[in-house]
Design a protein around this ligand. Structure first.
Ligand code: GLP
Length: 260
């Protein structure tokens, strides 16, 4: 796991965008795994700017989103469908038929989840999966206790997640209780994982994910099992890391890194 601490949120977002752009420049038909939440907003803004100003091309890209609230249709302002279109898809040249987001309104969740897993495989698997982290250490909506082998499925949200995400809704009781989410096992099959973490409220979850044991109680800790995972943090999210000096040293001594 590579841990990179950036001075600011903006710097972290730019670094993540450059990583995605590098993938697209070598594989124009890459499959990207997309995340929602406030954390990846900066990354999407930089990618949109790169598309507009530098011609970063999404015409052959396919995307799979991590999750969606059950009960919210694509037009609902707080649905992840709406979030993705509003913050990213409508600003780039991606083909609408190449966009996959779990359905929050399917009449058969089990069948939908199986189909979603199959589509990921049929599209060649996910090249780069972007992730955020919940304050309880979850990735996507894999709440504490989720199997580290779990697949795409219906999941009941933890009370703390409902509380965290209530800031986006008018009233806390409007936050859905269920979601469809890729499983931890699904996420671990992506070729590269990039988790973004910012803000002091993520500091303890981030430390547990990186420096604690691999445990279903912190599903983000499953990144420790992945051969190609990166964690990009801002200073505040990194503030509880015990090995901080070492992560900075590794970065400084990275072959090819400028020595100052
Ligand atoms: C939700 C999403 C996660 C996201 C988390 C953190 O629970 N399902 O994918 O990582 O929120 O969101 P934020 O970045 O807004 O803190």
């Amino acid at each position: 796991m590579e841990v990179v601490v950036h001075k600011t949120y903006e710097e972290m977002s730019r670094a993540a965008a450059h990583l995605v752009a590098d993938v697209l420049n070598t594989k124009p038909n890459a499959v990207l795994g997309m995340a929602t939440g406030s954390t990846p907003l900066g990354l999407y803004q930089v990618l949109v700017r790169m598309h507009r100003e530098e011609g970063l091309d999404f015409s052959q890209v396919t995307t799979f989103n991590l999750d969606e609230y059950v009960g919210l249709g694509p037009k609902h302002e707080q649905s992840y469908h709406h979030f993705m279109h509003d913050n990213f898809f409508k600003h780039v040249n991606i083909a609408p038929s190449n966009i996959y987001i779990p359905s929050g309104t399917t009449s058969n969740y089990r069948a939908f989840c199986e189909w979603y897993e199959q589509r990921i495989k049929q599209c060649g698997g996910i090249d780069v999966q972007i992730l955020g982290i919940g304050s309880d250490g979850h990735i996507a909506f894999n709440e504490p206790g989720s199997s580290l082998s779990s697949r795409t499925r219906l999941k009941t949200l933890a009370r703390s997640t409902i509380e965290d995400n209530s800031r986006f809704f008018k009233h806390a009781d409007e936050v859905p209780i269920y979601a469809i989410t890729m499983g931890v096992g699904t996420i671990l099959e992506a070729r590269t994982l990039v988790l973004l973490g910012c803000g002091a409220n993520k500091a303890s979850a981030v430390a547990a994910m990186i420096e604690g044991p691999v445990t279903a109680m912190i599903t983000a800790s499953a990144l420790q099992l992945h051969p190609s995972s990166m964690v990009f943090l801002d200073e505040t999210a990194a503030s509880n890391l015990k090995m901080r000096d070492y992560y900075d040293w590794v970065l400084k001594m990275k072959p090819g890194a400028p020595q100052v």
